[in-house]
Ligand binder design. Structure first.
Ligand code: NAD
Length: 321
């Protein structure tokens, strides 16, 4: 059995590796070659923690396994990340445990890769302004991955606490781009691509604020009750997601579905766009919205890539079980 630590994952997996792994598994899901198993997520009645499993099998990439972990709100006071996860990969031919992989860094890069894949396939080619809503742990990964997808000329950002935006400003400046802290309405009116990556439970962006042709990647809503944009905006956009069942239950589309504005038939799998079975954006004026709910197969895909690269670079530890 192999062990690939958090530190090794950071050293071997780059944004390009994560993008390729996530794009390939979205494509496999849309072809029916890869599927996610039902998610388990429970309050354990201890330390205010939420704990669960995300599992699946990718027959095309031969990744079988589970990401286990959850959310421990008291961790930050102890100098630990609140979200904790570990990936277990199994040999699909024998069921034997193949690898134990640190999942915290991988969660951030796979989530950033998902919105980057959506930008690559759905945003207008001439997008120049990137808008970031949210400046928490995931946001820096999101910004770095997004900046590689288009020739952006400016980044605008909003966060509940404005001071946290300075880390996004640093990244924009590292990339030679101006950064401006703005109000949400201005952000929506200026940005060609918007990424929402917050824990909000209400609409932060209203339908009438958004310009024709905008691409929005809603990445924060991954649980029932969370919400980042106006359901009327969801209803007017062309909708894409990683997995339709999750989009309508725990993703951003849950609210528009619950209020009867859309049904699951209005949502397409991003994998179909990648595979060329859906045309994707149909005009320069269309608003596209990617509902990135986060699936276990993304974790397995990047964990498998981490194991492969760690082995190639002599950085995986071999232990007997
Ligand atoms: P974090 O706790 O580090 O940051 C939270 C962010 O949300 C901050 O910017 C904070 O200001 C903002 N926020 C909190 N409450 C808000 C409110 N009421 N209104 C507006 N903004 C608010 O979290 P993180 O690790 O950066 O994750 C951000 C979100 O993304 C979380 O909801 C997390 O569950 C989700 N997430 C989704 C995926 C996925 O695959 N879709 C993966 C990882 C995390």
């Amino acid at each position: 059995m192999l062990i690939v630590t958090e530190d090794t994952c950071r050293q071997v997996i780059g944004r390009g590796d994560a993008f390729a792994a996530v794009e390939a598994v979205f494509a496999a899901m849309a072809k029916g070659d890869a599927w996610n198993f039902p998610v388990v997520r429970e309050a354990i009645g201890y330390a205010d923690a939420l704990y669960g499993f995300k599992s699946g099998f990718d027959r095309a990439g031969l990744s079988l396994g589970v990401k286990s972990g959850g959310y421990w709100p008291g961790n930050s006071k102890k100098g630990l990340t609140n979200h904790q996860s570990t990936v277990f990969l199994f040999d699909p031919d024998s069921g034997q445990l193949q690898a134990l992989v640190g999942g915290n860094y991988l969660t951030a890069v796979r989530t950033a890769a998902a919105s980057a894949v959506s930008i690559a396939h759905l945003a207008r080619k001439n997008s120049t302004v990137l808008g970031m809503l949210g400046a928490g742990h995931q946001s820096t990964f999101q910004l770095r991955a997004a900046l590689e997808q288009r020739n952006f000329e400016k980044v605008v950002g909003w966060n509940l606490h404005q001071d946290a935006l300075s880390k996004l400003q640093v990244i924009a400046q590292e990339n030679g781009l101006p950064f401006e802290s703005v109000e949400r309405e201005q952000l929506a009116g200026e940005a060609d691509v918007i990424i929402t990556i917050t824990s909000a439970q209400e609409s932060l962006i209203m339908k009438d604020w958004v310009r024709p042709g905008t691409h929005i990647a809603c990445m924060g809503t991954d649980t029932r009750g969370k919400q980042e944009v106006d359901p009327a905006l969801v209803a007017m956009a062309s909708l894409f997601t990683d997995e339709i069942t999750q989009s309508v239950t725990i993703g951003e589309a849950q609210h528009a579905v619950a209020s009867g504005l859309i049904s699951e038939d209005d949502i397409s799998a991003i994998g179909d766009v990648i595979n060329g079975t859906h045309a994707g954006r149909s005009s320069e004026s269309e608003i596209t919205l990617f509902d990135g709910t986060g699936v276990g197969l993304q974790d397995l895909a990047v964990a498998s890539a981490a194991v492969r690269l760690a082995v190639e670079q002599g950085m995986a530890q071999q232990v007997e079980l």
